[in-house]
Design a protein around this ligand. Structure first.
Ligand code: UDX
Length: 452
């Protein structure tokens, strides 16, 4: 039977805010807490600091229903909670790639004296294997009589579809060590249990590892298909047919087989490095994941070389339109975005860049001096000799390139996300290069055979 649980969510970053709002929507009473007073004041007015579909509506609705609260007061939020979720950041150390646990461990020290009555503490942040046990140890060292159980409950939310992913999970993973904590977690996810969504109960360490292994596996699929796409380009094969043929094998599955400019974002690059680090420390190296990281690094350089090659080996002073800086569509996030690396590489080679992205330009502008920003995709393409598509926004998919139909000079289109139909581009007479598919050459590009 559904039991409404008092939840305190510590950290109102991406994971904390989305999870907090969604738990409230499931009927629980949720208090989200953050040290940042200004952020909390904004959230109380349903001003959302991140770009995420449906999140504002959810926060708005649950604030007015009094299911969702925001505060900076840790003690009061702990006192009223049955379950305390930890969703503070675990950034990568820029030198070692190791997950930086200062916020997680700092929180354990802050919570320790406040645990007078039984609480369940759930680590939702992505943390290296053993962090749950370490969290417990820190608390018990400070307060040996603290009453609590530790649980690991990783998230599998994708930016841009995080609310949808939360509400329609493939599975829920819960790592725990006691029956009361397991029961409480089942109550939190009861509506998913009713829908027959698998809830996997494990030990804490396995749950921590599932999260990393899932992200590393998905990253491996992407790096793999990117290299297969390269191979297609060296043959007459077409990556679209190849991925279809692969994905129909149920053992492989169709997801995460879209070739592109390399994976980015706040998770795959960070989590692959963090797991490699953990594995190294335990003398159990992950050579597959190591080569995935290497392959993804090479990918960005390869994309720069590809563009240079298509442009005849020289892009000095060439006018290039760049469509997309976000690491993927439906987000304004540019963290570890392949687009940023590719743009910087093209800049170094002397290209004149005019860039457009529907959401991420403000963030990117801070890191990309010396480029021109356009107000629309068409505006970016106005004078361009070459158009490079790096992010797969729907808005770019909808571009028809019809307006170039009768133009004397058409830009070369280099599509790093395979957004357009080869036949359509052929009909428009546009030189079109994509990933792992045959190039479409404009008739004027094809040398006339010499007679005799
Ligand atoms: C990822 C995981 O999917 C999610 O479960 C986890 O909790 C957080 O990390 P996210 O970083 O939001 O989510 O992005 P995702 O949609 O998974 O894409 C990651 C990167 O891989 C993007 O750069 C994307 O463009 C790239 N990608 C994805 C591909 O190149 N090809 C694909 O087929 C899929």
């Amino acid at each position: 039977m559904t039991k409404n649980v008092n939840i305190t969510m510590i950290g109102t970053g991406y994971v904390g805010l989305v999870s907090g709002a969604c738990f409230a929507a499931l009927g629980h009473r949720v208090t989200c807490i953050d040290k940042d007073k200004t952020k909390i004041e904004k959230l109380e007015r349903a001003e959302i600091p991140i770009y995420e579909a449906k999140l504002k509506e959810l926060v708005d609705e649950n604030l007015s229903k009094k299911q969702l609260f925001f505060t900076t007061e840790l003690k009061a939020a702990v006192d009223t909670a049955d379950v305390i979720f930890v969703a503070v950041g675990t950034p990568s150390c820029p030198v070692t790639g190791k997950a930086d646990l200062q916020y997680v461990e700092g929180l354990a020290r802050e919570l320790a004296p406040l645990l007078q009555q039984y609480k369940v503490i759930v680590l939702k942040s992505t943390v290296p294997i053993g962090t749950g046990q370490r969290f417990k140890k820190i608390i018990l060292q400070i307060n040996p009589s603290a009453k609590f159980d530790m649980v690991s409950n990783p998230e599998f939310l994708r930016e841009g579809s995080a609310v949808k992913d939360f509400m329609n999970p493939d599975r829920i993973v819960i790592g725990s060590e006691s029956e009361p904590s397991r029961q409480l977690m089942n109550s939190i996810y009861d509506s998913f249990l009713q829908q027959q969504i698998p809830i996997l109960h494990t030990d804490i360490e396995s749950s921590e590892l599932i999260k990393y292994a899932a992200n590393c596996f998905l990253a491996t699929k992407i790096a793999f298909i990117n290299e297969i796409a390269d191979l297609c380009e060296e043959t007459e094969a077409n990556i679209e047919s190849v991925t279809k043929g692969l994905g129909l094998d149920k053992r492989i599955g169709p997801g995460y087989l879209e070739p592109g400019p390399g994976f980015g974002g706040s998770c795959f690059p960070k989590d692959t490095l963090a797991l490699i680090q953990v594995a190294e420390t335990l003398a159990s190296p992950l050579s597959v994941v190591e080569s995935v990281v290497q392959s993804n690094e090479n990918r960005k350089k390869k994309m720069i070389q590809k563009i240079l090659h298509i442009c005849g080996g020289n892009i000095l002073q060439k006018r290039l339109a760049i469509l997309g800086v976000a690491f993927k569509a439906n987000t304004d996030d540019i963290r570890e975005s392949s687009a940023m690396v590719i743009i910087q590489g093209l800049q170094k080679l002397g290209a004149k860049l005019r860039i457009y992205d529907p959401a991420a330009m403000e963030k990117a502008a801070l890191e990309l001096p010396g480029v021109e920003w356009a107000s629309t995709a068409l505006d970016a393409m106005k004078e361009a000799e070459v158009v490079v598509i790096i992010t797969e926004w729907q808005e770019f998919k909808n571009l028809k390139f019809n307006h170039f139909k009768n133009a004397n000079k058409k830009p070369i289109v280099i599509d790093l996300r395979n957004l357009y139909d080869l036949n359509e581009m052929q009909k428009l007479g546009i030189s079109y290069h994509s990933i792992g598919r045959p190039a479409v050459r404009n008739l004027v590009d094809i040398p006339v055979p010499v007679e005799g």
